[in-house]
Design a protein. Structure first.
Length: 343
Protein backbone atom coordinates (compact mmCIF):
# COMPACT_ATOMS: atom_id res chain seq x y z
CA UNK A 1 0.00 0.00 0.00
CA UNK A 2 1.38 3.45 -0.87
CA UNK A 3 1.66 6.37 1.49
CA UNK A 4 -1.43 8.65 1.67
CA UNK A 5 -1.66 11.13 -1.12
CA UNK A 6 -1.64 14.81 -0.43
CA UNK A 7 -5.00 16.51 -0.93
CA UNK A 8 -5.05 20.20 -1.85
CA UNK A 9 -8.05 22.49 -2.31
CA UNK A 10 -7.91 26.04 -3.60
CA UNK A 11 -11.20 27.84 -3.38
CA UNK A 12 -12.74 29.93 -6.17
CA UNK A 13 -9.98 29.42 -8.73
CA UNK A 14 -9.07 27.17 -11.58
CA UNK A 15 -5.32 26.64 -11.96
CA UNK A 16 -2.73 24.26 -13.26
CA UNK A 17 0.44 24.07 -11.14
CA UNK A 18 2.90 21.24 -10.49
CA UNK A 19 0.66 18.80 -12.30
CA UNK A 20 -2.41 19.55 -10.15
CA UNK A 21 -5.84 20.60 -11.42
CA UNK A 22 -8.18 22.23 -8.93
CA UNK A 23 -11.55 23.91 -9.26
CA UNK A 24 -14.45 24.72 -6.99
CA UNK A 25 -18.15 25.22 -7.52
CA UNK A 26 -20.12 26.66 -4.60
CA UNK A 27 -23.91 26.52 -4.53
CA UNK A 28 -25.18 29.23 -2.25
CA UNK A 29 -28.40 29.15 -0.31
CA UNK A 30 -28.86 25.35 -0.31
CA UNK A 31 -26.20 24.17 2.12
CA UNK A 32 -24.41 22.08 -0.50
CA UNK A 33 -20.77 22.53 -1.43
CA UNK A 34 -19.19 20.77 -4.40
CA UNK A 35 -15.44 20.65 -4.89
CA UNK A 36 -13.09 19.21 -7.46
CA UNK A 37 -9.90 18.13 -5.81
CA UNK A 38 -6.66 17.28 -7.59
CA UNK A 39 -4.58 14.57 -5.92
CA UNK A 40 -0.85 14.15 -6.10
CA UNK A 41 1.22 11.32 -4.63
CA UNK A 42 4.20 12.63 -2.60
CA UNK A 43 7.47 12.77 -4.56
CA UNK A 44 5.73 11.68 -7.77
CA UNK A 45 4.65 13.91 -10.61
CA UNK A 46 1.03 13.64 -11.67
CA UNK A 47 0.51 12.91 -15.36
CA UNK A 48 -2.74 14.34 -16.65
CA UNK A 49 -4.23 12.02 -19.27
CA UNK A 50 -7.69 11.06 -20.46
CA UNK A 51 -7.74 8.37 -17.76
CA UNK A 52 -6.62 10.47 -14.78
CA UNK A 53 -7.77 14.02 -15.52
CA UNK A 54 -11.26 13.44 -14.10
CA UNK A 55 -10.72 14.65 -10.54
CA UNK A 56 -13.12 13.67 -7.72
CA UNK A 57 -16.20 15.67 -6.80
CA UNK A 58 -17.19 16.04 -3.15
CA UNK A 59 -20.68 17.01 -2.01
CA UNK A 60 -22.27 17.47 1.41
CA UNK A 61 -25.86 17.72 2.50
CA UNK A 62 -28.60 16.13 4.57
CA UNK A 63 -30.96 13.34 3.62
CA UNK A 64 -33.09 10.70 5.34
CA UNK A 65 -31.96 9.48 8.75
CA UNK A 66 -30.38 6.03 8.92
CA UNK A 67 -32.78 3.11 9.29
CA UNK A 68 -32.46 -0.64 9.46
CA UNK A 69 -34.70 -3.66 10.00
CA UNK A 70 -35.61 -4.85 13.49
CA UNK A 71 -32.93 -7.28 14.70
CA UNK A 72 -33.50 -10.18 17.09
CA UNK A 73 -30.71 -10.47 19.70
CA UNK A 74 -31.64 -14.11 20.34
CA UNK A 75 -31.09 -15.32 16.77
CA UNK A 76 -27.90 -16.01 14.76
CA UNK A 77 -26.74 -13.52 12.12
CA UNK A 78 -28.38 -15.41 9.25
CA UNK A 79 -31.82 -14.89 10.85
CA UNK A 80 -31.33 -11.11 10.82
CA UNK A 81 -29.36 -10.71 7.58
CA UNK A 82 -29.53 -12.24 4.09
CA UNK A 83 -26.27 -14.21 3.99
CA UNK A 84 -26.97 -16.69 1.19
CA UNK A 85 -24.63 -14.79 -1.14
CA UNK A 86 -21.68 -14.43 1.25
CA UNK A 87 -18.87 -16.54 2.64
CA UNK A 88 -16.79 -15.62 5.69
CA UNK A 89 -13.08 -15.55 6.45
CA UNK A 90 -12.03 -15.83 10.11
CA UNK A 91 -8.85 -14.58 11.85
CA UNK A 92 -7.22 -18.03 11.71
CA UNK A 93 -7.58 -17.84 7.89
CA UNK A 94 -10.28 -20.51 7.75
CA UNK A 95 -13.15 -19.84 5.35
CA UNK A 96 -16.74 -21.02 5.43
CA UNK A 97 -19.09 -21.06 2.43
CA UNK A 98 -22.66 -19.69 2.39
CA UNK A 99 -24.15 -22.99 3.61
CA UNK A 100 -22.21 -22.63 6.87
CA UNK A 101 -23.67 -19.16 7.38
CA UNK A 102 -27.22 -20.08 6.40
CA UNK A 103 -27.08 -23.03 8.84
CA UNK A 104 -26.95 -20.44 11.64
CA UNK A 105 -23.34 -20.89 12.70
CA UNK A 106 -21.49 -18.38 14.86
CA UNK A 107 -18.01 -18.20 16.41
CA UNK A 108 -17.82 -17.01 20.01
CA UNK A 109 -16.19 -13.59 20.42
CA UNK A 110 -15.43 -13.46 16.67
CA UNK A 111 -18.62 -13.60 14.57
CA UNK A 112 -21.92 -13.54 16.43
CA UNK A 113 -25.15 -11.71 17.19
CA UNK A 114 -24.95 -8.98 19.82
CA UNK A 115 -27.15 -10.04 22.74
CA UNK A 116 -27.94 -6.38 23.38
CA UNK A 117 -28.72 -4.99 19.90
CA UNK A 118 -29.07 -7.95 17.53
CA UNK A 119 -26.28 -6.51 15.38
CA UNK A 120 -23.94 -8.80 13.44
CA UNK A 121 -20.59 -8.46 15.25
CA UNK A 122 -17.18 -8.91 13.60
CA UNK A 123 -14.14 -9.12 15.88
CA UNK A 124 -10.55 -9.62 14.68
CA UNK A 125 -7.43 -9.71 16.91
CA UNK A 126 -4.31 -7.73 16.14
CA UNK A 127 -2.31 -10.92 15.80
CA UNK A 128 -4.04 -13.36 13.45
CA UNK A 129 -3.34 -15.34 10.31
CA UNK A 130 -3.37 -14.08 6.73
CA UNK A 131 -5.16 -15.58 3.75
CA UNK A 132 -2.41 -15.04 1.14
CA UNK A 133 1.05 -13.62 0.54
CA UNK A 134 -0.63 -10.48 -0.81
CA UNK A 135 -1.78 -9.31 2.63
CA UNK A 136 -0.15 -8.65 6.00
CA UNK A 137 -3.32 -8.45 8.07
CA UNK A 138 -6.01 -10.75 9.43
CA UNK A 139 -9.76 -10.36 9.08
CA UNK A 140 -13.23 -11.40 10.13
CA UNK A 141 -14.90 -10.46 6.88
CA UNK A 142 -17.65 -11.47 4.49
CA UNK A 143 -16.91 -11.99 0.80
CA UNK A 144 -19.73 -11.71 -1.72
CA UNK A 145 -20.60 -14.98 -3.50
CA UNK A 146 -23.19 -14.44 -6.22
CA UNK A 147 -23.40 -18.19 -6.86
CA UNK A 148 -24.97 -18.63 -3.42
CA UNK A 149 -25.38 -22.26 -2.38
CA UNK A 150 -24.50 -23.54 -5.85
CA UNK A 151 -20.85 -24.62 -5.75
CA UNK A 152 -20.51 -25.34 -9.49
CA UNK A 153 -19.40 -21.88 -10.71
CA UNK A 154 -15.77 -21.05 -9.98
CA UNK A 155 -15.14 -18.56 -7.20
CA UNK A 156 -12.64 -16.70 -9.40
CA UNK A 157 -12.75 -15.12 -12.82
CA UNK A 158 -15.52 -13.73 -15.01
CA UNK A 159 -18.35 -16.12 -14.21
CA UNK A 160 -21.56 -16.50 -12.26
CA UNK A 161 -19.91 -15.91 -8.87
CA UNK A 162 -18.61 -12.40 -9.60
CA UNK A 163 -19.77 -9.22 -11.33
CA UNK A 164 -18.40 -6.83 -13.91
CA UNK A 165 -18.91 -3.23 -14.95
CA UNK A 166 -21.48 -2.08 -17.51
CA UNK A 167 -18.53 -0.65 -19.45
CA UNK A 168 -16.99 -4.14 -19.74
CA UNK A 169 -17.05 -6.02 -23.06
CA UNK A 170 -20.49 -7.47 -23.82
CA UNK A 171 -19.21 -11.05 -23.59
CA UNK A 172 -17.96 -10.39 -20.06
CA UNK A 173 -21.33 -8.95 -19.08
CA UNK A 174 -23.14 -12.00 -20.44
CA UNK A 175 -20.83 -14.38 -18.56
CA UNK A 176 -20.80 -12.60 -15.20
CA UNK A 177 -23.11 -13.10 -12.24
CA UNK A 178 -24.09 -9.43 -12.17
CA UNK A 179 -23.40 -5.97 -13.58
CA UNK A 180 -22.38 -2.88 -11.58
CA UNK A 181 -23.41 -2.80 -7.93
CA UNK A 182 -24.36 -1.04 -4.70
CA UNK A 183 -23.33 -1.98 -1.16
CA UNK A 184 -25.18 -0.34 1.74
CA UNK A 185 -24.33 -0.76 5.41
CA UNK A 186 -25.24 0.69 8.80
CA UNK A 187 -22.66 -0.03 11.46
CA UNK A 188 -20.71 1.10 14.47
CA UNK A 189 -17.00 0.58 14.99
CA UNK A 190 -16.72 -0.50 18.61
CA UNK A 191 -12.99 -0.86 19.19
CA UNK A 192 -9.70 -0.29 17.34
CA UNK A 193 -6.05 -0.83 18.23
CA UNK A 194 -4.24 1.67 20.44
CA UNK A 195 -0.64 0.47 20.19
CA UNK A 196 1.80 -0.47 17.44
CA UNK A 197 3.56 1.35 14.58
CA UNK A 198 2.22 4.85 13.98
CA UNK A 199 0.80 4.06 10.54
CA UNK A 200 -1.15 1.03 11.85
CA UNK A 201 -2.72 2.33 15.06
CA UNK A 202 -6.49 2.62 15.08
CA UNK A 203 -7.11 1.52 11.47
CA UNK A 204 -9.75 -0.89 10.21
CA UNK A 205 -11.33 -1.52 6.80
CA UNK A 206 -15.10 -2.07 6.96
CA UNK A 207 -16.14 -2.28 3.30
CA UNK A 208 -14.54 -2.94 -0.10
CA UNK A 209 -14.93 -3.56 -3.79
CA UNK A 210 -12.28 -6.13 -4.63
CA UNK A 211 -11.08 -6.96 -8.12
CA UNK A 212 -8.81 -9.77 -9.26
CA UNK A 213 -5.67 -8.00 -7.99
CA UNK A 214 -6.68 -4.43 -7.19
CA UNK A 215 -9.38 -2.69 -5.17
CA UNK A 216 -11.36 0.21 -6.65
CA UNK A 217 -12.41 1.15 -3.11
CA UNK A 218 -11.61 0.32 0.52
CA UNK A 219 -13.42 2.22 3.29
CA UNK A 220 -11.38 2.90 6.42
CA UNK A 221 -12.37 3.99 9.91
CA UNK A 222 -9.50 5.29 12.03
CA UNK A 223 -9.39 6.60 15.59
CA UNK A 224 -6.12 7.60 17.23
CA UNK A 225 -5.67 7.01 20.98
CA UNK A 226 -5.39 10.74 21.81
CA UNK A 227 -8.63 11.59 19.97
CA UNK A 228 -12.21 11.25 21.19
CA UNK A 229 -13.58 10.66 17.67
CA UNK A 230 -12.47 8.87 14.55
CA UNK A 231 -12.06 9.66 10.86
CA UNK A 232 -13.49 7.97 7.78
CA UNK A 233 -11.70 7.88 4.44
CA UNK A 234 -11.34 5.58 1.46
CA UNK A 235 -8.61 4.40 -0.86
CA UNK A 236 -9.01 3.80 -4.59
CA UNK A 237 -6.33 1.83 -6.37
CA UNK A 238 -5.45 2.56 -9.96
CA UNK A 239 -5.32 -0.72 -11.92
CA UNK A 240 -1.81 -2.08 -11.48
CA UNK A 241 -0.81 1.15 -9.72
CA UNK A 242 -0.89 2.91 -6.39
CA UNK A 243 -3.58 3.81 -3.88
CA UNK A 244 -4.99 7.32 -3.72
CA UNK A 245 -6.63 8.27 -0.42
CA UNK A 246 -9.75 10.46 -0.15
CA UNK A 247 -10.66 11.95 3.25
CA UNK A 248 -14.40 12.00 3.97
CA UNK A 249 -14.58 12.84 7.69
CA UNK A 250 -11.44 14.00 9.45
CA UNK A 251 -7.96 13.00 8.27
CA UNK A 252 -6.05 9.79 7.67
CA UNK A 253 -2.85 11.32 9.05
CA UNK A 254 -0.83 9.40 11.65
CA UNK A 255 -0.96 12.50 13.85
CA UNK A 256 -4.44 13.79 13.02
CA UNK A 257 -6.10 16.22 15.40
CA UNK A 258 -9.42 15.23 16.96
CA UNK A 259 -11.93 15.74 14.10
CA UNK A 260 -14.71 18.12 15.12
CA UNK A 261 -17.21 16.23 12.96
CA UNK A 262 -15.67 12.82 13.68
CA UNK A 263 -17.44 9.57 14.51
CA UNK A 264 -16.98 8.13 17.99
CA UNK A 265 -16.49 4.47 18.82
CA UNK A 266 -19.90 2.87 19.24
CA UNK A 267 -21.64 5.57 17.17
CA UNK A 268 -23.91 4.41 14.34
CA UNK A 269 -23.13 5.56 10.82
CA UNK A 270 -23.59 4.26 7.31
CA UNK A 271 -21.85 3.90 4.01
CA UNK A 272 -23.05 3.45 0.44
CA UNK A 273 -20.70 2.29 -2.30
CA UNK A 274 -22.20 2.62 -5.77
CA UNK A 275 -20.52 1.88 -9.07
CA UNK A 276 -22.01 2.18 -12.54
CA UNK A 277 -19.57 1.62 -15.33
CA UNK A 278 -16.39 3.39 -14.26
CA UNK A 279 -18.32 5.97 -12.23
CA UNK A 280 -17.76 5.32 -8.51
CA UNK A 281 -19.41 7.11 -5.60
CA UNK A 282 -18.79 6.63 -1.89
CA UNK A 283 -21.27 8.15 0.55
CA UNK A 284 -20.78 8.34 4.34
CA UNK A 285 -24.01 9.00 6.25
CA UNK A 286 -24.52 10.11 9.85
CA UNK A 287 -27.38 8.79 11.93
CA UNK A 288 -29.35 12.05 11.51
CA UNK A 289 -28.97 11.97 7.70
CA UNK A 290 -26.03 14.33 7.24
CA UNK A 291 -23.74 12.98 4.55
CA UNK A 292 -20.56 13.53 2.58
CA UNK A 293 -20.16 11.93 -0.83
CA UNK A 294 -17.27 11.64 -3.25
CA UNK A 295 -17.60 10.66 -6.89
CA UNK A 296 -14.79 9.80 -9.28
CA UNK A 297 -13.94 7.84 -12.40
CA UNK A 298 -11.90 4.68 -11.82
CA UNK A 299 -9.18 3.50 -14.18
CA UNK A 300 -9.98 2.20 -17.64
CA UNK A 301 -8.21 -1.08 -16.86
CA UNK A 302 -11.10 -2.10 -14.61
CA UNK A 303 -13.27 -2.65 -17.70
CA UNK A 304 -11.62 -6.07 -18.08
CA UNK A 305 -11.71 -7.01 -14.38
CA UNK A 306 -14.17 -8.95 -12.20
CA UNK A 307 -15.40 -7.89 -8.77
CA UNK A 308 -17.01 -8.79 -5.46
CA UNK A 309 -18.00 -6.81 -2.37
CA UNK A 310 -16.45 -7.39 1.05
CA UNK A 311 -17.74 -6.21 4.44
CA UNK A 312 -16.84 -6.75 8.08
CA UNK A 313 -13.56 -6.13 9.89
CA UNK A 314 -10.21 -6.21 8.09
CA UNK A 315 -7.82 -5.26 10.90
CA UNK A 316 -5.05 -2.97 9.63
CA UNK A 317 -2.70 -3.52 12.58
CA UNK A 318 -0.57 -6.64 13.00
CA UNK A 319 1.94 -5.32 15.51
CA UNK A 320 0.01 -3.91 18.48
CA UNK A 321 -0.42 -5.44 21.92
CA UNK A 322 -1.51 -9.11 21.75
CA UNK A 323 -4.77 -8.43 23.61
CA UNK A 324 -5.93 -5.76 21.16
CA UNK A 325 -8.44 -6.18 18.35
CA UNK A 326 -10.75 -4.39 15.94
CA UNK A 327 -14.51 -4.79 16.23
CA UNK A 328 -17.54 -3.53 14.32
CA UNK A 329 -21.27 -4.17 14.68
CA UNK A 330 -23.40 -4.19 11.51
CA UNK A 331 -27.08 -3.23 11.74
CA UNK A 332 -27.67 -3.38 7.99
CA UNK A 333 -25.86 -5.00 5.07
CA UNK A 334 -27.32 -5.11 1.58
CA UNK A 335 -25.69 -5.72 -1.80
CA UNK A 336 -27.56 -5.26 -5.08
CA UNK A 337 -26.73 -5.46 -8.78
CA UNK A 338 -28.43 -4.28 -11.95
CA UNK A 339 -28.52 -7.80 -13.28
CA UNK A 340 -28.24 -11.03 -11.34
CA UNK A 341 -27.43 -14.04 -13.53
CA UNK A 342 -27.86 -16.78 -10.92
CA UNK A 343 -27.46 -20.37 -12.07
Amino acid sequence: MSHPAQHLVRRGICSLAAGLIISLVSISGCGVKTEKIGIQTPNKSLTISSDTANTPITSRGIGPALTHATLDPKKPPTANFALTNWKITLPDATEYLPDWLTAGNEVANTFYTSPQTGAMVFNCPTHGSTTSSATKYSRTELREMLRGLNTRPSTKGIGRNNWVLSTAPHQNQASAGGIDGTLEAVLSVDYVSQTGPAHMIGRVIVGQIHGEDDEPVRIYYRKLPHNTKGSVYFASEHPGGEDVFYPMIGSNSNSAADPEDGIALGEKWGYRIHIEGRQLSVKIIREDGRYVEQSLTIGEGYNNDWFYFKAGVYNQNNNGNPDEYAQASFFKLKATHKQYNKQ
